[in-house]
Design a protein around this ligand. Sequence first.
Ligand SMILES: [Zn+2]
Length: 116
Amino acid sequence: MNPKKTSKAKVRTNKIRKDDLVYVIAGKAKGKTGRVISVLPEKNRVVVEKLMMVKRHLKPSQQQQQGGIIEKEGTIHISNVMVKCGKCNNPTRVGFIRLENGEKARVCKKCKELIV
Ligand SMILES: [Zn+2]
């Protein structure tokens, strides 16, 4: 194994996962907290429940006779959110440690507890 190659190969991180509580640090929803309902890793964006609501206009179609306007969650760039630690209750940066069984786990940089 070439250490130079492996260190560069992995660009994608999974600091934020579905069902995490996140705190928004920038943008329209700044200062709000919400639960992640989906992660778009290829876009580095997340969808947070009830935050960044955007209006979508629907055209009447075969399935949907009425058409109209629906409200839907928009996406937030992951650099604009921080994971909220369930232990110390602070928005925090996420670190990684390797567990005894070889698995990688996330830890809170503030209180050093595991984020599950
Ligand atoms: Zn913590």
